[in-house]
Design a protein around this ligand. Structure first.
Ligand SMILES: *[C@@H]1O[C@H](CO)[C@@H](O)[C@H](O)[C@H]1NC(C)=O
Ligand SMILES: *[C@@H]1O[C@H](CO)[C@@H](O)[C@H](O)[C@H]1NC(C)=O
Length: 377
């Protein structure tokens, strides 16, 4: 009897250690060793063809568009941080080769197209999005489809390998659009512009678009419900977490730093946080049209706000979008109570395993939430 208890105890201990290990692996920060580990394993299993099509193409980056040399003469140019200089030199460049296309994604009418901004290396995030809110499916008689939009890594040593892995990943999932430009925070606007162009070419039948990050919890079931009740994709719709009354950040240390050399304006038009935006096809088209007449502004969600303003449209706030996390009203701490998440449309900043667990918890048929529960803030 004693021995049995001992073995049982050992087994439980082993299981606990094991699951902690898995949680740790799943939740390690972006660009950690985990993804390359997983991807390497995938690479080993699949025999790659000797030369892939992508290999020849990817060496072209940068050669397509010439530097605007006159920006070098702008007063104060040489004192700018490297990424600002880079932005000024190349901001007129918009034509980049589409390395991976999905021409059949919208062959059947799509009700909600999920367009997720992702980085070449964020394999873990993409996998979790595929398993949870980004699952391609039909609900309430309408179709949900998914694409990830990625570009190219600036790391030349990693590039060949990263693209081969992406090839394998895409073969299985058929959900990656990739362009031949360097992925960086200041090139996000370019990525968004090219996705709008792609919509115009390959997906004019979509009714609505969700455009957001790959580390959010998006309650796509609730989104469909909300969109079904808000009418057709042929009307203006642009909702999310509304940001207004702000302007360019002039602090050099900030990720969002915009010096006067880029704009002297002190204010931004109202816009919706780029973590998650829900819009109609009508509005995406209006933004696309306006974007062709405006200079690409390096912060993508602000740029969309500028395009809306130009088109004479305005963004709207929706209470279901929480880009700063969900706080429990009783403790004011970040909450993981699935009852809160069940009612929302989007919450920002989830690591992959949190996303999976929360999605499961919200969809647990036995989940009981009291009606009187305080609303989260
Ligand atoms: C090049 O930069 C100058 C100075 O900022 C600007 O006036 C000009 O329009 C730019 N040219 C192109 C092609 O964008
Ligand atoms: C954007 O991508 C282009 C093309 O790859 C590159 O030349 C440029 O340096 C990138 N800009 C930024 C700000 O990263």
């Amino acid at each position: 009897m004693k021995k049995l208890y001992k073995t049982l105890f050992e087994m439980i201990l082993l299981m606990m250690v094991g699951s902690f290990g898995i949680l740790f692996l799943l939740c390690s920060p972006k660009e950690s060793a985990t993804h390359s580990h997983v991807q390497k394993a995938a690479l080993r299993r699949v025999l790659l063809p000797k030369s892939t099509v992508t290999k020849a193409k990817i060496t072209k980056t940068g050669s397509v568009c010439k530097v605007n040399a006159s920006v070098l003469q702008l007063p104060g140019f040489s004192e700018q941080p490297a990424h600002i200089q880079d932005y000024l030199k190349y901001r007129h460049c918009r034509a980049f080769e589409l390395l991976r296309n999905l021409p059949d994604k919208c062959r059947e009418e799509v009700f909600l197209l999920l367009v997720v901004k992702s980085n070449l290396f964020n394999y873990n995030q993409r996998e979790m999005v595929r398993k949870t809110w980004g699952k391609e499916r039909e609900i309430q008689g309408v179709r949900i489809r998914r694409i990830f939009i990625v570009a190219q890594t600036p790391n030349l040593q990693e590039r060949g390998k990263a693209n081969q892995l992406l090839e394998i990943e895409n073969k299985e999932h058929q959900d990656i659009l990739q362009w031949d430009f360097l992925d960086s925070f200041f090139n996000l606007t370019l990525k968004q512009y090219l996705f709008l162009q792609w919509m115009d070419d390959y997906c004019p039948s979509a009714q609505f678009i969700f455009n957001g990050d790959d580390d959010v919890f998006a309650n796509t079931d609730n989104m469909v419900e909300f969109l079904l009740s808000s009418g057709s994709g042929q009307k203006h719709l642009y909702v999310g977490h509304l940001i207004y009354g702000v302007g360019p950040i002039r602090e050099k240390w900030s990720k969002y730093f915009i010096p006067e050399i880029v704009t002297t304006s002190k204010s931004y038009p109202s816009y919706v946080g780029g973590g998650g935006i829900l819009m109609s096809y009508f509005t995406s088209k209006a933004i696309y049209k306006a974007s062709q007449t405006l200079q690409l502004y390096p912060i993508d969600d602000v740029f969309f706000g500028m395009c809306l303003e130009k088109a004479g449209l305005s963004p709207k706030s929706h209470m279901g979008f929480r880009t700063a996390g969900v706080r429990d009203p009783s403790s004011n701490r970040i909450s993981f109570d699935p009852c809160f998440y069940r009612e929302l449309l989007l919450v920002h900043r989830f690591c992959p395993y949190e996303l999976l667990l929360m999605w499961k918890a919200v969809h647990d048929p036995n989940l009981k939430c009291s009606l009187s529960q305080d609303t989260p803030t």
